[in-house]
Design a protein around this ligand. Structure first.
Ligand SMILES: Nc1ncnc2c1ncn2[C@@H]1O[C@H](COP(=O)(O)OP(=O)(O)OP(=O)(O)O)[C@@H](O)[C@H]1O
Ligand SMILES: [Mg+2]
Length: 149
């Protein structure tokens, strides 16, 4: 990537279906369009707590497939349905795992130029100004991160 005259070729937005992540997706789509960049929209499903705990049975293949299906049909549809992505290439991605670690791994793998996320997400705990996923991305993402309030 050239820093002087920087313009992104690969833009990633991460969504959990929250209002903040929908705003982030609009910003990401707009930036991608203005730069004729490829846009990836990723959602990560976190396996329910306890599935991996001591004595807990690992999730069945069917349970995992159902969790992924839910993400695919709910969150990704909701996020992309109103996006203006005319003329650019868009790819939706759903993964299973820890959200921050998975998003960081994905950005590294595809050599993302820009990651756009909400400052807050779907979490119900209002203790912090910034959500824990946003916080970890700000600290550890391999590319510039744009946070949308
Ligand atoms: N599971 C996920 N898959 C994809 N992107 C996510 C996911 N969770 C969060 N994000 C992204 O990170 C942004 C911030 O969400 P975050 O989860 O950090 O906030 P929160 O839900 O308010 O807080 P917390 O999860 O710590 O309770 C979201 O707007 C979205 O862009
Ligand atoms: Mg969250």
């Amino acid at each position: 990537m050239e820093w002087p005259g920087w313009s992104p070729n690969v833009v990633v937005t991460a969504t959990d279906g929250s209002d903040g992540s929908l705003r982030a997706a609009h910003v990401a789509a707009s930036i991608a369009k203005n730069n004729a960049a490829k846009l990836y929209v990723i959602t990560v499903v976190r396996p329910p707590e306890g599935w991996w705990g001591i004595g807990g049975a690992p999730p069945t293949a069917t349970a995992l497939a159902n969790a992924l299906d839910e993400a695919q049909h709910g969150v990704l549809d909701e996020t992309t349905k109103d996006l203006d992505t005319e003329g650019i290439e868009v790819q939706t991605v759903e993964e299973l795992g820890d959200p921050a670690a998975t998003i960081i791994g994905f950005c590294t793998e595809i050599d993302a130029d820009l990651l756009v996320v909400g400052k807050r997400g779907a979490g119900l705990i209002e203790r912090f100004v910034m959500g824990s996923v946003a916080d970890r991305l700000a600290h550890y993402a391999p590319c510039p991160v744009l946070m949308i309030p």
